[in-house]
Design a protein around this ligand. Structure first.
Ligand code: GCB
Length: 615
């Protein structure tokens, strides 16, 4: 076969051109390093950008930047990183140029940074140390090159990931990031879902430094099982050769509780290479601990450090509270609690999926003012800032992964991806007191494959975090008029989505279904609702009117609140949000089940029904 170019450019003749990039280095929960409380250099701002629909970055090896042949003669090239237009990171590409509004495909981001920038921020240590690149989220598949070196691939559109860049740094650095939001059958979510598939790097990008031996992640929460104990797990990585060791002393300090606790991180069999862990419980006088709750969101400063000459320190604010179930009850700090919630998608008109901290804070204040103590963050991990702000402002959260509707449950790669997204979410947020429930999925069709898939996700969640409750939005058998889902046995709380009054008109059936519920577990109605066009009023409560939506809400609350095992309600949905499967002339590309309009301001009549019940 004749070569078309002098060197290297022959990937166009290879069908499986990207095998090395598919199966090579994975950026996943195992390579994720906590950035909380660490000093970082932000790489937010303007990046150069170009759509790369054909994945030319690999096909024709753009990442190599080969401009001359061996004899110094100029070669033709098809890219111009520095001259490409600029785009803002973090941000979805859909609102940054008219042509990208509906774009689904790949794009290539490029920017430079210099060691001088890092020195100015005192981010380079004299005694070595590691430097990590962290991306808060990029949808869906990401591949990264630094100075022509491939750093790895991440899957999943909503969770953070890190790449260790230390060994590839030079004085001036060229960073190239490929992001592809093409919907594919094997992904999580798969090809069909009821929200908009925004593309791009839409959460923060930063560089942060650690010592060679560094704290990878921590878990510090009040034990759910045993009173008077704070449970901890500290994971340390010691990857750099000369520092290889099989035991590293660590210290956990909670100054306000007078706790200074020492332990050793050790190598154990089931840990990845170069990983050491300390796990156990600390005795704590619970009388002395002011418990976190929505009404009293108290946080304690917690400092974790490795001991030794170049010690690593991770400092964060943690709330201590206990969430548990007892029969059909949910208890927060030993007291029965009813979860007065709303579902919400992560989207605003101004920022689309890249919501700002201010927008998050406004949202939480808005729902608290409505009387809510709980939010269901659907159907994928929202920004890490939601839980951080919720910790501070006091609202409980359900966090979820996009195991949504039909998936390739039989595909081991799909399971691996789901399990990784769940792990990244849990490791990211398991120290946040506001998060009380992990949801492993929503409305998934019953099959043996799905049952095993989701049961294993539950197992993973429990392993990573024994302190929280697990839920999924389960299935109703409409013909048999009962809640029927094998997964229930594995869950702490049963989630039910039902749209009686809207999709299903026969409201009495709802009463029959609830009357047939006999499990000794609490139920949260994780969805119920109806469409309404903002400002469409109708005395006869015509379909799509605000009056009909409000009536359905009233009827739902009147029914649901009669059943003592229903321990929470999160109607669908707080704000109208974009969805490509909502194309009637009244919807115009929006799911209009919001009780507040897409502007996050306009309140439909149903809003006042919720406020009356919750307030
Ligand atoms: C559901 C889904 C949710 C949809 C909603 C609707 O059951 O879980 O994602 O958007 O119904 O509006 O129909």
């Amino acid at each position: 076969m004749e070569k078309r170019f002098d060197e290297g450019f022959d990937n166009i003749l290879i069908y499986h051109y990207d095998e090395e990039y598919q199966n090579g280095k994975r950026l996943d929960a195992d390579t994720m390093v906590t950035d909380i409380g660490r000093k970082a250099l932000s790489l937010n701002g303007k990046w150069h950008f170009c759509p790369d629909t054909f994945c030319s970055v690999i096909r024709t090896r753009w990442f190599d930047e080969t401009r001359y042949n061996r004899n110094g003669l100029p070669l033709p090239y098809d890219y111009d990183f520095e001259k490409w237009e600029e785009i803002t990171v973090p941000g979805v590409w859909n609102n940054q140029k008219r042509e990208y509004a509906l774009y689904e495909g790949a794009g290539l981001y490029f920017r430079t940074f210099s060691l001088e920038d890092l020195r100015k921020e005192k981010l380079i240590q004299k005694h070595g140390g590691r430097l990590f690149l962290r991306i808060g989220a990029a949808n869906y598949e990401t591949r990264i090159w630094l100075n022509k070196h491939y750093l790895g691939r991440h899957l999943g559109g909503f969770t953070p990931f890190c790449a260790d860049v230390t060994d590839y740094l030079s004085e001036e650095n060229r960073l190239l990031i490929f992001v592809d939001n093409t919907r594919r059958g094997e992904q999580i979510p798969s090809v069909h879902y009821d929200w908009f598939n925004y593309g791009g790097i839409f959460r923060e990008v930063e560089l942060f430094e650690t010592p060679d031996v560094y704290i990878q992640n921590t878990f510090i929460q009040l034990s759910r099982q045993t009173a008077g104990k704070i449970e901890y797990r500290i994971r340390v990585r010691a990857s750099a050769g000369p520092n290889k060791t099989n035991h590293i002393p660590v210290q956990i300090e909670i100054p306000k509780l007078g706790i200074v606790y020492k332990d050793d991180c050790c190598i154990t069999q089931d840990l990845p290479a170069d990983t050491l862990e300390a796990a156990g419980t600390i005795d704590a006088d619970e009388e002395k601990i002011e418990k976190w709750s929505p009404d009293n969101p108290v946080l304690y400063q917690v400092i974790v450090r490795t001991m030794g000459s170049h010690s690593d320190i991770v400092e964060e604010e943690i709330g201590f509270r206990r969430i548990e179930t007892k029969g059909q009850h949910i208890l927060l700090n030993g007291q029965e609690v009813f979860l007065k919630g709303m579902c919400v998608h992560e989207e605003s008109l101004q920022s689309l999926r890249c919501v700002t901290k201010q927008e998050i804070e406004n949202m939480i204040m808005q729902v608290k003012e409505m009387g809510c103590n709980f939010l269901r963050l659907t159907h994928y991990p929202h920004s890490e800032w939601v839980a951080r702000i919720a910790d501070r402002l006091g609202i409980m959260l359900l966090e979820e992964i996009p195991v949504y509707w039909a998936l390739e449950f039989e595909n081991p790669n799909t399971y691996r991806d789901a399990c990784n997204q769940l792990s990244e979410l849990i490791i990211r947020d398991r120290n946040r007191a506001s998060v009380i429930l992990w949801s492993v999925g929503n409305e998934n069709p019953d099959s043996d494959e799905r049952y095993h898939f989701m049961k294993n996700l539950v197992k993973t969640a429990r392993k990573l975090d024994p302190s929280r409750l697990i839920i999924a939005s389960c299935l109703i058998d409409v013909d048999q008029k009962r809640i029927k889902d094998r997964l229930i046995e594995a869950l702490d709380v049963v989630g039910i989505n039902e749209y009686y009054g809207w999709y299903l008109k026969d409201f009495e059936v709802l009463e029959e279904i609830l009357g047939n519920y006999h499990e000794d577990k609490p139920i949260i109605i994780t969805e119920t609702g109806a469409d309404a066009v903002s400002g469409y009023f109708s005395e006869n409560a015509e379909i799509y009117s605000e009056e009909l939506q409000a009536r359905i809400y009233e009827k739902q609350f009147n029914t649901l609140l009669k059943y003592p095992f229903i321990k929470g309600i999160t109607p669908w949905v707080l704000y109208d949000y974009a969805s490509m499967r909502r194309m009637s002339s009244l919807q115009n590309g929006y799911n209009i089940k919001g009780i507040i309009g897409k502007d996050r301001i306009y309140k439909k009549k149903a809003y006042y029904v919720v406020k009356k019940v919750y307030g």
